[in-house]
Design a protein around this ligand. Structure first.
Ligand SMILES: *Cc1c(COP(=O)(O)O)cnc(C)c1O
Length: 367
């Protein structure tokens, strides 16, 4: 029996760049400086340049980037933020940690916020839109930017799955006030522990983020606000600099893998992911839809192929958000996606043979 094919393999990228990563780790360990230092500054400069933003502020996680983004924008109790209903729950927590209310929007066929529904959700309490570029594909940013400008709303982008993805050639994270990134190990630009960052063109936002991440202090022991401990450490920043140097080639590889799936999968039970014209996907996940999902999961498992559901419970139906008072049926499209989506194995370092095994199994599936 050959080795099981896992949904993701983080060891493959590590092995590919092992020498460089180990050299960097040793350099940091021997430097005697471990939190907010030269590696963090270097990474912030390089990641700002990569996205085409003026500023980048390194943080401890993607969730911190989100909640601190709304915090520095002054969005809190009594305010509403519009977000797509099929997102990962961290997007919603970024809003509710501040006491603000998430207003859910149904997704479009590309799994992103359906812009045709956006204006209908705006009330006098709406303060911001959180655009999530889910599974690696940019949301429809021309319309989202236009509507936010028209109604004087803040725009925050959740780019935890979209490092390097563009809308009409412009990079996600640079359309609104703040772009929020996660570098959790499984993300396209992944660290070897938790890490995150924001990018922005606004000098005050960047300065306030730096204050917030370090207990609200600019000058040691002088605290301006009640902040957080969300500092990026030198080890993660150093390793991220190595990964960032190779991100373009890693993204190319993901595009190639996704392209092969889209060309070679032909089973009428499976709905394949679509890319909107003008959008670019960096293929954080390859998400298919299938009505006979439980059956397909068991079938693949028997053949040694692992899969994951991103995500089985939409935030409005999560136990954590019972107090929002939503029920099944409130967002039928998001709920249908939750019931039918399946992420098939796709990762940097996936071999042709592994992908062939997955393709053959999927094409031979009959419910
Ligand atoms: C991973 C993720 C986050 C949270 O990032 P962490 O670094 O795990 O806190 C937020 N939003 C989306 C869409 C994500 O995929």
């Amino acid at each position: 029996m050959s080795e099981k094919i896992m949904p993701n393999r983080l060891d493959r990228v590590f092995c590919q760049y092992q020498e460089e990563l180990e050299a960097k780790a040793l350099k940091v360990l021997r430097s005697g400086w471990y939190v907010l230092g030269p590696e963090v500054e270097g990474f912030e400069r390089e990641f700002a340049d990569f996205t085409g933003s003026r500023y980048c502020v390194g943080l401890a996680s993607g969730l911190d980037a989100l909640w601190m983004a709304f915090r520095v924008l002054g969005i809190g109790a009594g305010d509403e933020v519009i977000v797509q209903a099929n997102t990962y729950i961290a997007s919603v927590m970024g809003i509710t940690i501040n006491g603000a209310t998430p207003v859910f929007a149904e997704p479009d066929i590309f799994f992103n916020l359906d812009v045709s529904r956006l204006e209908g959700l705006i009330t006098e309490r709406t303060r911001a839109v959180l655009a999530v570029h889910l599974y690696g594909q940019s949301s429809q940013m021309d319309e989202i930017v236009r509507i936010c400008r028209k109604h004087r709303l803040r725009l925050v982008e959740d780019c935890a799955q979209s490092h390097g993805a563009c809308f009409q050639g412009k990079m996600t994270g640079t359309f609104g006030d703040i772009g929020c990134f996660s570098f959790y190990p499984s993300k396209n630009l992944g660290a070897y522990g938790d890490a995150g960052a924001i990018v922005t063109d606004d000098e005050d936002i960047a300065a306030n983020m730096r204050i917030y991440r370090n207990y609200g202090s600019e000058k040691r022991y002088y605290n301006k606000v009640v902040g957080a401990n969300s500092r990026l450490d030198e080890l993660q920043a150093g390793l991220l600099r190595v990964r960032l140097k190779h991100l373009a080639e890693l993204t190319q590889e993901r595009k190639k893998l996704a392209g092969r799936y889209s060309r070679e999968l032909h089973n009428s039970c499976l709905l394949l992911p679509q890319v909107r014209p003008g959008c670019d996907s960096v293929w954080h996940q390859y998400v298919i839809r299938v009505n006979q999902r439980e059956q397909l999961i068991r079938y693949l498992d028997r053949r040694g192929i692992g899969t994951i559901i991103h995500y089985p419970i939409p935030p409005h139906l999560s136990e954590a958000y019972t107090d929002l008072g939503h029920q099944r049926g409130d967002y039928p499209i998001a709920e249908e996606y939750a019931d039918t989506v399946l992420s098939i194995p796709m990762y940097n370092g996936m071999t042709e043979k592994e992908q062939e095994t997955v393709i053959e199994a999927l094409n031979a599936f009959t419910p």
